[in-house]
Design a protein around this ligand. Structure first.
Ligand code: HEC
Length: 158
């Protein structure tokens, strides 16, 4: 028993320090990435499809290292054009972009931002999203491809 008590204490300290701190969640997330791929995050449709590139001007992009300048620009754009309907980390009128690149290809995400009306009319995932949003449409904000690429970069960090 003498040995058990300290280990129980250590365990509970470990647990409470993990569960409590939201500033720690970033680090936890990135180390959990591989596991998350099969399980979460499936807010909204529950569909995970990394092969569908969607319909629109973006046919192929490659993601390099995170570009912090783009991330900052993308966050600014998101905060001015998208927050009427989206919250970064929880579903709102539209789904949360948090973890979106585990559910969708980068091309799909950009096409959804650039071309939402055709996407929700023809793309199987976007159609289902529209259905789940009770027909409330995602409204294109007239962003350029470059601005949209920055928003994507920001989404990579969520
Ligand atoms: C008028 C409300 C509204 C605005 C403004 C809006 N969205 Fe949306 N968005 C939605 C809705 C609702 C959906 C779900 C699809 C649908 O119903 O058309 C959605 C879907 C999405 C998706 C797909 C999410 C997923 O999980 O697959 C992305 C990505 C997205 N929006 C990004 C953006 C970005 C970036 C902006 C700002 C430039 C933006 N949206 C502005 C309402 C909006």
């Amino acid at each position: 028993m003498k040995l058990l008590l300290p280990s129980v204490l250590t365990l509970s300290i470990f647990l409470s320090s993990c569960g409590g701190g939201s500033e720690k969640s970033k680090a936890t997330e990135s180390s959990e990435k591989p596991a998350a791929k099969t399980e979460a995050p499936t807010s909204n449709t529950g569909i995970v499809d990394l092969d569908n590139k969607g319909i629109g001007p973006i046919s192929s992009i490659s993601l390099g290292d995170i570009d912090q300048v783009k991330v900052d620009e993308g966050k600014k754009l998101f905060d001015s054009y998208c927050v009427a309907c989206h919250k970064a980390e929880e579903d709102f009128i539209g789904p949360a972009p948090k973890g979106i690149l585990k559910r969708r290809s980068p091309e799909w995400v950009m096409n959804m931002i650039l071309n939402p009306s055709e996407m929700t009319a023809k793309d199987p995932i976007a159609k289902k999203l529209l259905e789940d949003a009770n027909g409330v449409p995602m409204i294109g904000q007239g962003l350029t491809e470059e601005q949209t690429r920055s928003v994507l970069e920001y989404f990579r960090t969520l």
